[in-house]
Design a protein around this ligand. Structure first.
Ligand code: SAH
Length: 320
């Protein structure tokens, strides 16, 4: 197995610890989305991608299948650098296409989940053993600036509509951070889920097999293990609904009863019956909103690729 380079620093780990306790003591409770992705979480996410209801993966896959050759022709990268690669199954379409043009390409992934990086390695290796693969374990928000700068043309990837997990402030921090590491010849391919009929969106986060429910509840096991807590997943139910005012899916764990969670410092969190813990937002974009975010970050759309129903968009982006 290829070596995974841990680029996360201990200072931000310490900060994470106090932030999570703070956000659990707050009257509107939340657990950061990245904790959804441990070994089991990453496996469950892969299963979600294969459910009937989760159209995002299917449509993005289709857009990559039909446009990969044009995307690599325009960007002609020497390194393909992906944020939050998951299993990289879809990405192999781009890497394979560019490998035909240039057998010396490298591929890099920055992901918080060791399991995701392992799956990525297995997938990319299958294209050709000669491709140099760089695996970075870290947070794409706080560790972005540590990513080594190289002079060769790069194609950055942020797929799966993961940008939709960020509110405006965080989205801008990510995009401006990326803009700073982008060179003139670099491209950025961004996958975005568009606003559409509400029932289609809602079903994608409430699959009939209950995989999203397991994925959501698993976050409690992750924080239990990491911070020595004793959340009982049976005390919570999965809830995911569309907030039309904010144009986003909000995923919660809703408490079935009043109970207390002891913290390591001997204080405790009081959780009321019906109280909800936010675990993820997933924004659904209009062009106006995404364009304004890109403009504010000094980025411009060079070309966009959409399916007929306009469910999803791939945007090929450059520096302004
Ligand atoms: N791009 C893939 C996976 C999307 S799911 C796809 O389109 O299917 C989100 C991915 O981002 C997961 O692999 C998860 O482990 C990773 N991730 C989530 N939060 C992260 C963070 N803060 N820093 C780095 N990676 C993160």
């Amino acid at each position: 197995m290829k070596k995974i380079v841990d680029i996360g620093d201990s200072e931000s780990k310490q900060k994470n610890r106090s932030n999570i306790f703070f956000s659990l003591k707050n009257s509107s409770k939340s657990i950061p989305t990245r904790y959804l992705y441990d070994e089991l979480g990453s496996k469950l996410f892969e299963k979600i991608c294969n459910t009937e209801e989760y159209y995002l993966t299917r449509v993005e896959q289709y857009l990559l299948e039909t446009n990969a050759s044009e995307i690599v022709k325009l960007s002609n990268p020497t390194d393909i650098f992906e944020f939050g690669s998951g299993s990289s199954k879809k990405t192999t379409l781009l890497i394979g296409e560019q490998f035909e043009n240039n057998p010396n390409i490298s591929y890099s992934s920055l992901d918080i989940s060791r399991k995701a990086l392992k799956m990525t390695f297995e997938q990319v290796k299958k294209i050709n053993n000669k491709i140099q693969i760089n695996l970075f374990k870290g947070d794409f928000l706080s560790d972005l600036k540590k990513v080594q700068l190289i002079n060769t043309p790069r194609l950055f990837l942020f797929l799966g509509s993961t940008l939709g997990n960020f509110d405006d402030k965080i989205a801008l921090a990510f995009l401006t951070g990326l803009r700073k590491v982008m060179k003139k010849k670099d491209y950025f391919l961004l996958g975005i889920d568009m606003l559409k009929e509400e029932s289609i969106i809602t079903s994608a986060y409430n699959d009939s097999k209950g995989i999203t429910k397991r994925f959501n509840k698993n976050i409690l096991q992750v924080v239990n293990k990491k911070y020595k807590l004793k959340f009982n997943k049976n005390n919570f139910e999965h809830q995911a609904y569309f907030n039309s005012r904010k144009s986003q899916i909000e995923m919660y764990l809703k408490s079935k009863k009043e109970h207390k969670i002891q913290l390591p410092d001997n204080s405790s969190i009081q959780i009321n019956s019906g109280e909800k813990i936010l675990t993820e937002i997933s924004r659904k974009f209009s062009f106006k909103v995404i364009q304004s975010l890109l403009k504010k970050s000094d980025l411009k759309i060079e070309k966009k690729f959409q399916d007929k129903k306009k469910y999803y968009t791939l945007m090929l982006i450059r520096r302004l």
